[in-house]
Design a protein around this ligand. Structure first.
Ligand SMILES: O=C(O)CCC(=O)C(=O)O
Ligand SMILES: [Fe+2]
Length: 217
């Protein structure tokens, strides 16, 4: 699709950078095929139950370290108990490249966690901070499929001020430095906006992080 106006990279908050159209159609297809494979059991896509008993509308899986509310483990402690699937080094290389493109200092440690979020129509993610990591390395997020509204606020509170950015299939978003612990969320997706050629109904988000945990622990 040609755009009337190109979408340039934009710093939406200090250290929080939107890199539009960063993944080629081929890269998106490859990542989608990978996600479909990773989504299979064991340690596949699951519904996440929150500590108070509610469930997330987003379905999720992890690679490298298993994230659950609120911590990291080597096995799916809140699911089938299987060992988490390995973190693919090529995702780490991609994250490092995107951090550099965003103009942020290098992470200083290898990326070792991928959180994969699947948003069916109507799914959303409330305002939260990514605060279970023990590393200040930037978080790198990739979008596939339906567009969404990505709400990005401040580290101080989950309320205003915030800025809304539309994330489309193939976009990247990097947040580190002063925004590493900023509140953010996805108030809505736009069902039916995925590129037809991708063959995905819904939205997939791949969030890459440095856990700061030692592999032996
Ligand atoms: O889906 C997104 O773009 C954001 C996901 C997110 O914030 C998270 O997994 O912590
Ligand atoms: Fe997050």
């Amino acid at each position: 699709m040609t755009e009337l106006f190109a979408r340039p990279p934009a710093e939406v908050a200090p250290g929080a950078v939107h890199l539009p159209g960063r993944l080629t159609a081929e890269q998106q297809r490859g990542l989608l095929a990978d996600c479909r494979r990773w989504a299979l059991p064991p340690a596949g896509l699951r519904t996440v139950t929150m500590p108070r008993g509610g469930t997330m509308s987003v379905r999720q899986l992890s690679l490298g370290w298993h994230w659950y509310p609120y911590g990291y483990a080597r096995t799916v402690v809140d699911g089938d108990g299987a060992p988490v699937k390995p973190f693919p080094p090529e995702l780490g290389a991609l994250a490092e490249q995107l951090v550099a493109e965003a103009g942020l200092p290098p992470a200083g440690a290898p990326y070792d966690v991928a959180l994969i979020n699947f948003y069916p129509a109507g799914a959303r993610m409330g305002m939260h901070r990514d605060s279970d990591e023990r590393s200040p390395a930037p978080v790198v997020s990739l979008s596939l499929g339906d567009s969404c509204v990505f709400r990005f606020g401040t580290p101080e509170s989950r309320g205003r001020p915030w800025r809304d950015t539309e994330l489309r299939s193939g976009d990247a978003f990097v947040f580190g430095a002063a925004s590493r612990l900023a509140y953010h969320g996805v108030p809505r997706t736009r069902p039916g906006t995925a590129p037809a050629a991708l063959g995905l109904t819904g939205r997939l988000n791949i969030t890459l992080r440095v856990s700061g945990l030692s592999p032996a622990s």
